[in-house]
Unconditional design. Structure first.
Length: 295
């Protein structure tokens, strides 16, 4: 069932567990993630980058249809919209939440640009995630893995000034494959969770470590973005099965199976297995209309 990401994150925040935001780039990856959530009876967030699909308008409709028909709560978000135009196109494509990333800008510029898009998005009934501090890339982790960490008091001010619905924080994780050992600042996370009023998001879930992620979710992270490990899981599956001879006909099903197995792993370690709720318990606006359209 289609729900708002805000509802999923509020439930996670109150329940002290995390929900994976799983990267979806096509029908196979989308179907794998939804099936994983249904089998684990878990809420799900689908994570979509603007450049990962050639026709986001069409893919937005596909995401919408899959979410409506799923037996568990499903939301989807446009990830890392880098420009004003990308963010607005995401709203037009039907995303109920957009991630506006201006974390590489100075604080005042970050606030100004995010605040403008929050005003537009909220007018359209769309939620906004933003980032304060800066989550870098894993290849540079050994050099700058602890740079640009989110400062709690500044984060409180940022949420108040921008009006964002959730906040991605920098506590030591990184995007992609780590060059060096990931070290999360759990002490910093505790302070952020105590002070920041909106749900907190962790980018760079891949390779960060099961115990690190499980602990982070218990301490206040409500959403964990995952991409690299999903693709790696799909690749490892076809390596395991082998594609020699006529096995090549199993290529696409095995890619999907590897993707799904990895998705289920993250659902388990983040603590949201068996945390799905029924349609009659949902408070997201527009749900009844969406359910009626699906009948």
């Amino acid at each position: 069932m289609l729900v708002s990401m805000a509802e999923i994150l509020q439930q996670a925040k109150e329940g002290h567990y995390g929900v994976p935001a799983l990267s979806a780039v096509d029908e196979l990856s989308l179907r794998a993630c939804v099936e994983a959530a249904e089998e684990m009876n878990a809420p799900l967030i689908m994570l979509c980058g603007w450049g990962h699909n050639k026709d986001m308008q069409y893919f937005g409709r596909m995401l919408h249809d899959f979410a409506i028909k799923a037996s568990v709560p499903v939301a989807f978000i446009l990830d890392h919209s880098a420009t004003f135009e990308d963010a607005v196109k995401g709203i037009h494509a039907g995303f109920h939440t957009i991630m506006v990333d201006r974390s590489s800008l100075p604080y005042e510029e970050n606030v100004a640009q995010v605040k403008e898009l929050v005003k537009i998005a909220h007018a359209a009934g769309v939620g906004v995630e933003a980032e304060l501090g800066h989550v870098g890339v894993g290849e540079n982790y050994a050099v700058d893995g602890i740079a640009a960490l989110t400062q709690p008091d500044e984060a409180v001010r940022y949420v108040k000034e921008t009006g964002v619905d959730c906040l991605a924080v920098a506590i030591g994780s990184a995007h992609g494959v780590y060059k060096g050992e990931p070290k999360l600042r759990l002490d910093l996370l505790k302070e952020l969770a105590e002070k920041v009023p909106v749900p907190l998001v962790l980018h760079g879930g891949s390779g960060t470590g099961d115990e690190n992620l499980a602990t982070a979710c218990r301490l206040g992270i409500s959403k964990v973005n995952v991409a690299n490990d999903l693709f790696r899981g799909a690749y490892n599956k076809i390596q395991e099965v082998g594609m020699e001879g006529n096995n090549i006909y199993a290529l696409m099903p095995m890619l999907q199976e590897g993707y799904k197995e990895t998705a289920k792993h993250f659902i388990k370690i983040l603590g949201c297995a068996d945390k799905a709720w029924k349609a009659e318990q949902c408070v997201s606006s527009g749900l009844k209309q969406d359910l009626n359209e699906a009948k």
